[in-house]
Every structure is written in structure tokens, then in C-alpha cells.
Design a protein around this ligand. Sequence first.
Ligand code: NAP
Length: 290
Amino acid sequence: MANITIIGPGAIGGTVAAWLAQDPRHRITLAVRTRLDRLEVHTPQGVISAQPRVLTEPAQATPADWVLIATKAYDVVGTSRWLDGLCRPDTLVAVLQNGVEHMERFAPYLPSERILPVMVDCPAERLRPGVIHQRGTGRMVVPRGRSGEAFVELFAQTPIEVAETPDFKTEIWKKLCYNSAGALSAILLKGAVISRHAAVAQVMRGIVRECLAVGLAEGARLDESVVENVVSGYRAAPPDSVNSMHADRIAGRPMEIDARNGVIVRLGGKHGIPTPLNALCVGLLEAAQG
Ligand SMILES: NC(=O)c1ccc[n+]([C@@H]2O[C@H](COP(=O)([O-])OP(=O)(O)OC[C@H]3O[C@@H](n4cnc5c(N)ncnc54)[C@H](OP(=O)(O)O)[C@@H]3O)[C@@H](O)[C@H]2O)c1
């Protein structure tokens, strides 16, 4: 039996929590900001539901074997308030977020050997608190090692595929290449269909080339093929699919501008690599966010 607490049961946290709750080996707890009574997830395999224990205040937290963080990258401070109560010295903390700075975000709060960064690939949207649409198959990748192996085992009875990799850096930079181009949907307020427009696809290629250059300087092992893969990936997606930054802009929530495009500009600056297109995306999205 594993005691697993998920901080942030939104699109990703709610999907993962509901799937883990189907496994009788696990006891699931949710640490929430907005109260909810149950989870209902519309998955490619049908509707699943769960009624986990719900904590609304960090003072209610009790130690868990695993803590899964699924808040947005910019909610680190609020998220960190849960950690003292949820963590024993042997609790493992998995960070299910986008970007390439999972470790850096939580290093001020936890020893690095207890943090497991997770690359999440699972198209999901929150319809309202506790109700989620999981649009496609869930896939996660973690660094190879003892914590990674234990994380794979947590999901063994679910349809979410979890793989270990010896080269996590390449995995997260590949995902960042994809996500960086998604800024255009958030700017234009149009789904993946915009990638079918030749001029937009050209801008996407430029954004991804900047991300690729910075990723290579950071040690990721990628090549130019990632550029066309990103464009064809958006073109193959359902035309109306909405990435999470676009969804945040529509809902009037803050966007993960820094984790998805700002980081390319910041790290580009460190390596002397120009990143004007990502800087433009950051500027436009910050202006749109107000
Ligand atoms: N959605 C996707 O398709 C997708 C795919 C791959 C990766 N990701 C990444 O996964 C991460 C999570 O994204 P998401 O789409 O799941 O976001 P989301 O739907 O906005 O969910 C975030 C959740 O965190 C909660 N939260 C915020 N601060 C909190 C706090 N202090 N304590 C407890 N809960 C708190 C929010 O509560 P409220 O209800 O109060 O807002 C919300 O339930 C992001 O880094 C995203 O980029 C998302």
C-alpha cells in the first residue's frame, strides 16, 4: 500500500490521481486550493471517478510515501507550503510539470535526491473543479534510477505509460521545443489548426530553432529534425486542441510564459545565443496577461 498525495488536482493532477485511485494498492489524498468533493475524468477508456481524501489547508497534511506535484510552474511558493507537513525524510516528491527547471524550482525546499522530475505528455483539460477531459493517452518519462523505477511501479496498473530514460535532459528539451511553439496559439487564441497556415508554421520553425540551439548548448542531444517534427505534430493534432497556455489565457489565469518561452531567452542569454522570436512571444504574452 502506498500513500500518495497529489498537490494540485487540475487537468494533470486530477487525471493522474483518478487513475492511481483505481489501483486498490494505493491510498490517494488530494491537496487542493479550490475545494472539490470527487474526481470525474472522461478518459479515452471511458469515465472513471474517485473520492479521495481531500486536504484544504497545509496544517491538515500528514506524511505520505509519495508526493506528486501537479500545480503550474509559477505556483511554487503556494505549493511549497504543503511540503513540510507531507514529507518525512524518506518521502519522494515527483514534479509533474512542463519546462526544463523541475529540480531548480524545488531545490530551495527539498534535497535534490528526493526530487524526481517528470516529463508529462497527456493532453487534458479541466472542465470545472474535479471534472477533467483526458483527450489522449497519457505518457510520462522519468530519469533512470531507483526513484524512477519506483515511480514506474506506482502506475503499473494504470493505462498511463511511464518510461525511464538515461537521458532525461534530451527528453525535456524535446518537449520544450514542442511547447515553445504553442505560444503562438496562446497569442492568436486559435488551436493547433494555426500550424496549417504556412506563415505561422514558418514562425513556429524559428521559435523551435532557437529552443534547439539553447538546448544543445545546455547538453541536450537533439538535431534539426525536431523542427519539422514539432510542426507536423501540431498539424496532426485535432484542429481545435487547446494547449495549456492557450487554455489559461482563455480562462483568464496566469500563463506559464517563463517556464515555456522565458527560459529559452534566459538560458540563451547565458550562452550568448540570440532568441528574438521567443523574446517576442514573452513580450506579447506578458502584455496580453496584463
Ligand atoms: N494540461 C495538459 O494537457 C498538460 C500536459 C502536459 C503537461 N502539463 C503541465 O502540467 C502542469 C500542471 O498543468 P495543468 O494543466 O494540470 O494545470 P491546471 O489544470 O491549472 O491545474 C493546476 C492545479 O493546481 C492547483 N493549485 C495551484 N496552487 C495550489 C496550491 N497552493 N495548493 C494546492 N493546489 C494548488 C490549482 O487549483 P485551482 O483549482 O485553485 O486553480 C489547480 O487545480 C503544468 O506545468 C503544465 O504545463 C499540462
